[in-house]
Design a protein around this ligand. Structure first.
Ligand code: SF4
Length: 353
């Protein structure tokens, strides 16, 4: 295992030479993603979905990956677990506990999936097998992966269902996925995801398909489980308010790149990138009246046609001629542990007030 220099959550840290919190020295990251690129073969040629994404995450940390649909956030999350199938292509480094997972075959990846990295998906119906009861899905996992006998696996399955808030857990083991409501089914998926005690949980928009009240319960459950178990969390979402409930740090993605990253509260108070500012202004939670709501003009770029310069320039109120020709780098701000990919970060910071 290769020793890793300590860094707190620092997208593009290697490239930028941006130091982490003092006092973190000697504490290697759980996950170090460097220059991650994912592209897919299409009839219009290879299309880049993720370009040069780098960040680190330490044990117990929580990072939200935030962006509009098509920004590359979900592809990034799936790449971490080796879920990009050919003709998708993954390049760069995904170092988990010192091992680079890129290029691993399914057999090797399966040794990490579950006890190392686990995932909760948006659609719980797709994640569960409809022809097996949830009890058999849970106990099978425990018996195969942890060598438990039937009785121990059953007890642990009941305990997991209780842990995720399924009422009368013991009586629900024989029920099938379709017999649960959407929220309860997502709880079952979370029970499956934490069954092998992962060190890192990736949650890909796990509440998007749920009612608002159920959404809040699931978010609280994920936050509490993270605090109880000490697992790290990567939470993929398009919703800044949701991100703020479950994560302490955020990486904002646009057109396959991280455009801003840092502590979520600081970014929420004072975004340094025009896209983050636009995202905030477009959130219903930030508006008191209809006229306060400001949708982001235009559409995200077509991945098959790279936008010259800054990919956000056709939609950006601060764009200048430079932005149309020169792609900005992700650079550290004076404020600790923050970075922004913008030629006019100072103007963006002031415009945020
Ligand atoms: Fe806007 Fe230019 Fe900054 Fe891109 S680089 S976000 S176009 S100001």
């Amino acid at each position: 295992m290769k020793p890793l220099k300590d860094r707190r959550l620092r997208p593009d840290a290697e490239a930028q030479g941006h130091e982490g919190h003092k006092g973190d020295e000697g504490n290697a990251p759980l996950l170090a993603v460097r220059d991650l690129a994912v592209d897919f073969a299409t009839d219009r040629g290879r299309v880049a979905a993720v370009r040069g994404v780098s960040f680190t995450l330490k044990a117990g940390q929580s990072l939200a990956i935030l962006g509009e649909s098509g920004s590359g956030k979900s592809v990034t999350g799936r790449a971490l677990l080796g879920l990009i199938d050919p003709p998708g292509r993954v390049r760069g480094t995904i170092e988990f506990e010192g091992n680079d997972l890129v290029g691993w075959d399914e057999n090797r990846l399966n040794t990490v999936r579950g006890p190392g990295i686990s995932m909760v998906f948006q659609d719980s119906l797709d994640s569960l097998n409809p022809v097996f009861s949830i009890g058999s899905q849970l106990t099978e996992l425990l018996r195969v992966r942890q060598g438990m006998d039937r009785r121990a696996a059953r007890e642990r399955a009941v305990s997991l269902l209780r842990q995720v808030g399924i009422p009368a857990a013991g009586e629900r083991l024989g029920d099938y996925p379709h017999q649960f409501s959407g929220g309860m089914r997502q709880r079952v998926c979370i029970a499956l995801a934490i069954a092998l005690r992962p060190r890192l949980l990736i949650a890909d928009e796990p509440t998007t398909a749920l009612d608002v009240t159920v959404q809040a319960e699931i978010l609280r459950l994920i936050r509490n489980l993270r605090q109880e178990t000490g697992m790290a969390l990567v939470f993929v979402t398009h919703d800044l308010a949701v991100a703020r409930l479950v994560a302490t740090d955020v990486a904002v993605m646009y057109a396959g790149k991280i455009v801003e990253r840092g502590a979520i509260d600081a970014i929420y108070r004072r975004p340094a990138h025009p896209y983050t500012r636009a995202l905030l202004a477009s959130q219903p939670e930030s508006a008191r009246t209809w006229s306060d709501l400001r949708p982001i003009p235009g559409s995200p770029p077509d991945k098959a046609h790279a936008v010259p310069g800054c990919a956000f320039h056709p939609r950006c109120p601060l764009a200048t001629a430079r932005c149309t020709t020169e792609a900005p780098e992700l650079l550290p701000l004076a404020e600790a542990d923050r970075s922004s990919r913008c030629h006019h970060t100072e103007e963006a910071l002031h415009a945020a007030h």
